[in-house]
Design a protein around this ligand. Sequence first.
Ligand code: PMV
Length: 328
Amino acid sequence: MTVSSAPGKVYLFGEHAVVYGEPAVPCAIEVRARVGVERRDDSKLRVHADDLSLDGFTVEYGGDADGRPDIDVSESLLVAATQYVDSAIEQVRDVTGEEDVGFDVTIESDIPLGAGLGSSAAVVVAAIDAGTRALGTTLEPAELAERAYRTEYDVQDGQASRADTFCSATGGAVRVEGDDCRSLDAPDLPIVIGFDGGAGETGELVAGVRGLREEYEFAADTVETVGDVVRNGEQALAAGDVEELGRLMNFNHGLLSALGVSSRSLDTMVWAARDAGAYGAKLTGAGGGGCIVALDPTDETETALSFTPGCEDAFRAELAEEGVRRIE
Ligand code: PMV
């Protein structure tokens, strides 16, 4: 078995606005997806996922679209995860030239699905890395990030930014603007996550922002203002000024709220974190439900969130310096 893991991420700044060419700053966190692969004698792909926040589930692909099993829609998140793996293995076949290779794939993930923590990117990065290594090829992080981006692009019908996959492959804090992705120096941030147990519909939320932007000039201005917040955030990050980072995260959340992508549970968690004394808090990712990210070096925010109605899980997450990790 060849096993790789890759981290999830939070957006410190800039989700949604990044779709319109503004910069964004995601940051990898020590919450990981692990993918193990074993080469098969045939060209089939068998995916087993134990803990993707759903019951253990196994699906077997016959190798083409027609061979796909009929799966209950309630399993749609896991089906999505399986589609990501399917497409990731296509990249493995493409890189290695082994077009007929099949794998048994096992996924274990500590990252809630579809909740703004980059679960799909982590699974894709780890799957491509493990799959290529199983065939004797080790990819550089930049190539791995590019292949993972292509995978997300394919599965999401062209609606993907490079942020999640680059961040997961390389680790650390990164700056993304269009096709340009680079690593940033970042202090050890006191990150606390609150999770409402739900997930947002990324496509719908992105479409909602697009609609507002087309209808109202002030919505377009709001998107540009997010870009200004991000540029200020980069300076605060470089200066290691965590208090300023928190203030700017609060500002960023307000702008995302104005763009209609927050939710009652996300707002409730954001306010619980602020009331507990966090430097700042905002939703992370597409929004609509899922996770918030707060900065608090004390235990107060984590404790407060764990007593907040609508918050299903609260935990501290270290910044992940390391992106993809080669386990065996
Ligand atoms: O929820 P996530 O982690 O998939 O992030 C979505 C981020 C958006 O900016 C809303 C969309 C994108 O592709 O950048």
